[in-house]
Design a protein around this ligand. Structure first.
Ligand SMILES: Cc1cc2nc3c(=O)[nH]c(=O)nc-3n(C[C@H](O)[C@H](O)[C@H](O)COP(=O)(O)O)c2cc1C
Length: 198
């Protein structure tokens, strides 16, 4: 198994998403000690914002090649201003490439990367669950689900720690529950999203 592990929080060792993505990778490598692991800290070594010349660089090609070669992708994502970090968006800009990970046909778009497993460890300061006041402001999980569905990965798994800005107790409880769900293998592949639904 080839695992690609990415982190995108700017908070270093205080980051919940980094702790959760690391826990998930630890679980995967414990189950398969022969797994090949590639790690990128997208904050430490950021990709450039996308330009047309950037599409042509060896680095952009390498990002796409790495994604194509991976069986499992584990992504640590923080919610910033209701969506994902720009560092992670820059990575996605190298991965959603026409003719490579999706293509347009006469009947619409077709994802070409469907065989991969994607696990997202997402950390949010507020609460965005079903029925919450801020539900409509959620563009991190929703965006990632749509982006991966577009390339054929209709069931990315999410482990989410939220309410992390609501005080020390709320933060500790949320993080502990999310870590427990990783340990127990309860990351949720809920809300199947397919191209038809996008
Ligand atoms: C610049 C910045 C913007 C943020 N924007 C939001 C936001 O829009 N909604 C939210 O719920 N939390 C927001 N937060 C809180 C983070 O989502 C929260 O701290 C989370 O734990 C970040 O993930 P991390 O712990 O992996 O760094 C923001 C934090 C920062 C630093």
């Amino acid at each position: 198994m080839k695992i690609l592990h990415l982190d995108s929080s700017i908070s270093g060792e205080n980051s919940a998403s980094r702790a959760l993505s690391a826990a998930f990778v630890q679980k995967l490598t414990a189950a398969d000690p022969a797994a090949e692991l590639i790690y990128h800290d997208l904050v430490e070594r950021p990709l450039e914002h996308l330009t047309f010349p950037e599409f042509q660089t060896a680095q952009s090609q390498a990002v796409l090649d790495e994604f194509n070669a991976a069986d499992t992708i584990v992504i640590g994502a923080a919610m910033y201003n209701f969506t994902i970090p720009t560092q992670l968006k820059a990575w996605i800009d190298r991965v959603l490439i026409g003719g490579q990970t999706f293509r347009y046909t006469e009947s619409g778009a077709e994802g070409l990367a469907g065989s991969k497993r994607v696990i997202v460890a997402l950390a949010r300061g507020g609460l965005y669950g079903e029925g919450s006041a801020q539900q409509a402001f959620e563009h991190a999980e929703q965006y990632l689900r749509a982006a991966f569905a577009f390339i054929g990965i209709s069931q990315p798994e999410f482990v989410i720690a939220e309410g992390l800005a609501l005080g020390d107790d709320a933060r500790a409880a949320s993080l502990q529950a999310a870590l427990a769900s990783v340990v127990e293998g309860r990351a949720a592949a809920s809300a199947r999203l397919s191209l038809e639904a996008v």
